[in-house]
Design a binder for this molecule. Structure first.
Ligand code: 4AD
Ligand code: MG
Length: 446
């Protein structure tokens, strides 16, 4: 007689009972008197003790290779004083069955996979399905789920309605150069770069809205923070001013962090991945783009632009410069008021300085930009002008433009890259380890 349990069941009442657990071998330690197996079942870990003797006599080491799937039976006990084991308990195994064997060549991928392992290495990427068996990779995925739910909970608390815009579209949002096109019943269509335009068309009926959907970008370079397919947390707010937008983004990020820390399970995963994590202090630093340009040039060793020259107003602050900046300042930054020329067509101009937009990037230490947002151009004629200036044929956008005809309003929103948020909070070197099966230039498998 044995009660089947999952390793998330931690009630004291189980101590002293005979239980059955399905799991896989995570670690093996063979001693004279006993074999110690640490097994995992996706919910937790359990130390299993198999006394030397009848139980193990006829089994060679291969039987106990890492990742072997087992059913183990035995008495669950508290570990003796001074000994350590997951949840302070151990299973004194009296019987086991091998459910699925495993060859003994997996070690390179699972337990040993750590933050230090090179995620660019082709074999690591080809074997992502095995890498995911490791402690770190699975912790990132568990944490990722907690973060996603924390976003959902936060939005619910703030009265945002969740919607699900289409992934197959016929308009661009963030420039034609990163569009993935495909044939669509004899027409051309694209994988969406952002759901923003669709969100903008439903605030009128639903109020503030958000979505957590995939976005796709044909990024033609390999960097630590670019994926071809990523999870995009986007929201749109009606009847707001630029400052409201900034305040909301700060509140959202802090709420999500608080929720992750308040939940003991997600807090433990976060601690494992990023023991030094400190919740950011409020208010976040606010810096205008023009001041950032001055700041870059004013460093003892000036931070140069992509051509190796000092930055001038109008330059993109490229990834390398941005990273240096966030590393030096070492706290979240709202970088605001980017020049019109380097930003998307839909961004509202700052009424006090028409050279710049009411736009914001949120920069985080270690990652750089994790959020991009802005107020939206809400005047019909101005938007038509903006299409022209950006060489965008406005016909396919009629449904977007018409929002400005039927009760237009000052509104704004943002998009947050979930993998970048995770890279920040979990101290990951690249967004690749924050995605289940990352896609980027040259890789669409496994
Ligand atoms: O700054 P982006 O391009 O802004 C937009 O797409 C807006 N339309 C969003 C909106 O206002 N609703 O992208 C927003 C965020 C970036 O800050 C970054 O975190 C993430 O999306 N992102 C990527 N993440 C991973 N790989 C990529 N290739 C990404 N491109 C953008
Ligand atoms: Mg951006």
């Amino acid at each position: 007689k044995a009660e089947r349990i999952k390793l998330s069941q931690k009630d004291e009442g189980l101590i002293g009972k005979r239980v059955k657990v399905f799991g896989r071998i995570h670690r093996i330690r063979v001693q004279k008197a006993a074999t110690f197996l640490e097994i995992k079942d996706g919910y937790g870990k359990l130390q299993c003790i198999l006394p030397a003797g009848d139980l193990t006599r006829n089994h060679d080491a291969l039987l106990f290779a890492q990742e072997t799937a087992l059913a183990v039976y035995g008495l669950l006990k508290r570990v003796p004083e001074g000994a350590e084991a997951p949840d302070g308990r151990e299973l004194h195994v009296d019987y086991f069955e091998v459910v699925g064997g495993a060859p003994s060549d997996l070690e390179a991928f699972s337990n040993k996979v750590s933050k230090d392992q090179d995620p660019w290495e082709a074999s690591m990427l080809d074997n992502r399905h095995l890498v995911l068996r490791g402690d770190n990779a699975s912790a990132v995925m568990k944490l990722r789920e907690a973060i996603e739910l924390a976003f959902v909970d936060s939005y619910r608390e703030m009265e945002f309605t969740k919607v699900s815009p289409p992934a197959m579209v016929q308009t661009q949002v963030e420039g034609g150069s990163t569009l993935f096109g495909f044939p669509y019943y004899g027409e051309e269509a694209y994988l969406t770069q952002s759901s923003q335009l669709y969100l903008e068309t439903v605030i009128q009926s639903l109020g503030n809205v958000y979505c957590i959907e995939k976005s796709f970008r044909a990024e033609k370079s390999l960097t630590r923070r670019h994926l071809s397919e990523y999870t995009h947390v986007e929201a749109e707010m009606d009847f707001i001013e630029f400052d409201d937008l900034l305040e909301h983004i700060e509140e959202l990020i802090c709420r999500v962090v608080d929720k992750v820390l308040a939940n003991p399970t997600s807090a433990a995963y976060l601690k494992l991945l990023n023991p030094g994590f400190q919740k950011p202090s409020r208010p976040f630093m606010r810096m205008r783009y023009a001041d950032a340009i001055d700041w870059l040039n004013a460093q003892e060793e000036p931070i140069l632009n992509e051509e190796g020259k000092p930055h001038v107003f109008g330059d993109d602050i490229a990834e390398a410069a941005e990273r240096k900046m966030t590393d030096i300042i070492n706290r979240p930054i709202f970088l605001t008021h980017f020049p019109v020329e380097i930003k998307a067509f839909y961004m509202q101009k700052d009424p006090k300085d028409l050279r710049v937009t009411e736009s914001v990037d949120v920069l985080m230490p270690g990652v750089g930009e994790i959020v991009g947002g802005s107020m939206r151009m809400f005047d019909y004629e101005e938007l038509i002008e903006a299409y022209k200036k950006n060489d965008i044929g406005h016909e396919p956008y009629y449904w977007y433009t018409e929002q400005r005809k039927y009760g237009t309003s000052p509104h704004g929103g943002y998009g947050l890259g979930l993998e970048r948020f995770i890279a920040w909070i979990a101290n990951q070197h690249t967004v690749r380890t924050c995605s289940l099966y990352p896609r980027f230039m040259g890789r669409a498998k496994p």
